[in-house]
Design a protein around this ligand. Structure first.
Ligand code: GRF
Length: 187
């Protein structure tokens, strides 16, 4: 099963997938890793792992539709079975969703439909929930919407900050993403 992974930042979830593939515990081919901006550690660590990488820099496209088209082309050329958004901080165009209908998988650090959007961890903490978690779902044209594949609960501890809670969620998130990719590769 071929995947393209999209990142916007650190790529620690991506690194967990790279490590699982390298250890032989995940039978997936990472065809390429892409980002929407220059200078991400996610791209840096992918290149260091010998993976093909690309950047479709959002700032290089004054017209949004041109960026959408460039991203779609940059992903499609690798003919992935699935596209994985892991810390990718852009909402892709409906044309992208159409091109990869049912094959665009997103990870989110909250128990959707609760706390969608770019600050799911901060919002859950601010609300005062006692349990949050992470979600892996098929993304549609909305913001963190689409059919849920799997979720893991994560307790909120007294004294948690956004950072300590997010790091604990990301441990569960990495395991969940690898579990889901394993299931998809065996389907
Ligand atoms: C992950 O929790 C992801 O769900 C969220 O941002 C985080 C990205 O972390 N959108 P990393 O880039 O994989 O370290």
């Amino acid at each position: 099963m071929r995947i393209v992974v999209l990142v916007s930042g650190t790529g620690s979830n991506l690194q967990a997938v790279i490590d699982a593939v390298a250890s032989g515990s995940l039978d997936v081919e990472i065809a390429a890793v892409g980002a929407d901006r220059q200078g991400t550690y996610g791209i840096e660590r992918s290149a260091a792992a010998g993976l093909e990488t690309f950047v479709v820099n959002f700032k290089d496209y004054p017209v949004r539709a041109d960026w959408d088209a460039a991203l779609l082309d940059a992903v499609a050329v690798h003919q992935p079975d699935y596209v994985i958004s892991s810390g990718f901080m852009r909402i892709v165009a409906p044309s992208f969703i159409d091109a990869f209908a049912g094959r665009y998988v997103n990870t989110h650090p909250a128990l959707l439909p609760a706390f969608p959007g770019a600050h799911g961890v901060r919002d859950a903490l601010a609300y005062g929930v006692k349990v949050t978690g992470c979600t892996v779902h098929f993304a549609d044209a909305g913001v963190d919407t689409g059919p849920i594949i799997a979720q893991t609960p994560v307790a909120v501890l007294d004294g948690d900050t956004e950072e300590t809670l997010h790091e604990r969620i990301k441990v569960a998130e990495r395991e969940l993403l690898i579990q889901v990719l394993g299931e998809l590769s065996r389907a």
